[in-house]
Design a protein around this ligand. Structure first.
Ligand code: SF4
Length: 268
């Protein structure tokens, strides 16, 4: 996933997974913090992200890693709290689906700014299969190709990799505890709105009753995803607003920004 000597952006939210990833990549780099840039996104959720950002700041300083923070407010003109203020009126969109689209763009922007050639995110095995199942449950099969871990997007020069995608969430948690990493204790107030919590509980029950089931689902999902990714790569358009790659005339970020603009005092 990562080539020798590459400068790597590490998306670090301040949770156990991302701080473990930063720690592991720092060890694998032989302690050369200058090869890494920690990238944090401040979504603008009151009382939630501040503690996490402090943990990232401390960890990055201890490891000698540059730390770059970007905020939704600066990039898009609104905080997540402001963007979601009106959301009660819209039933078919979850807070996390909004947030995820903007976070991906924020990380891309920061990665370009930091001049890295690859961005590593801390998605673990559990995250990966949950997202796969959620896409199926939402009828979002067209997006399955986006999950392909080896999918190279020709229109975006920076590769995205998921070094923890074959590792169980509880193993990453064990690593974080054993390494004594201080990580965020507060949960995002929006996290239980979507389907993810139910899917996570279901998959945990399946794994408890049938050990190894999650691993089997990972293999099956990778097989399905690779077929969609092959089809996807042939359909790359450009967003008419921002010029970024898109599967339709307007990319998701610009489409959502347009929706938000109708509802909040938008300054972006
Ligand atoms: Fe964003 Fe959802 Fe994560 Fe909260 S839980 S930070 S809304 S993706």
């Amino acid at each position: 996933m990562i080539r020798r000597g590459e400068r790597v952006g590490v998306a670090v939210s301040g949770g156990k997974d991302s701080l473990s990833l930063l720690d592991v990549l720092h060890r694998l780099s032989g302690g050369h913090g200058s090869h890494l840039v920690a990238i944090s996104v401040d979504e603008g959720v009151s009382g939630y992200r501040d503690e996490a950002l402090e943990h990232v700041k401390t960890a990055a300083a201890q490891l000698g890693v540059e730390h770059l923070t970007v905020s939704y407010k600066d990039l898009f003109g609104f905080s997540l709290d402001e963007a979601l203020d009106w959301k009660e009126e819209v039933r078919d969109v979850t807070s996390c689906s909004f947030c995820g689209v903007f976070r991906r763009r924020a990380i891309d922007d920061a990665a370009e700014k930091a001049g890295v050639s690859v961005v590593a995110t801390a998605h673990n095995l559990d995250d990966f299969i949950q997202t796969f199942v959620m896409n199926l449950l939402h009828g979002d099969v067209a997006r399955l190709g986006w999950l392909d871990p080896s999918h190279a997007d020709d229109s975006f020069a920076i590769r995205r990799v998921k070094p923890f995608m074959e590792i169980y969430e509880e193993e990453v948690a064990l690593y974080a505890f054993q390494s004594g990493l201080p990580f965020q204790s507060v949960s995002c107030p929006y996290m239980h709105e979507g389907l993810r919590t139910e899917v996570r509980d279901y998959l945990n029950r399946m794994e408890a009753d049938h050990p190894g089931m999650k691993n089997v689902l990972l293999r099956s999902s990778l097989d399905v995803i690779s077929r969609y990714a092959a089809a996807d790569s042939k359909a790359s358009l450009r967003c008419s607003d921002c010029g970024r790659p898109s599967s339709s005339r307007l990319c998701n970020v610009c489409r959502m920004k347009a929706t938000i603009k109708q509802h909040v005092n938008y300054t972006g």
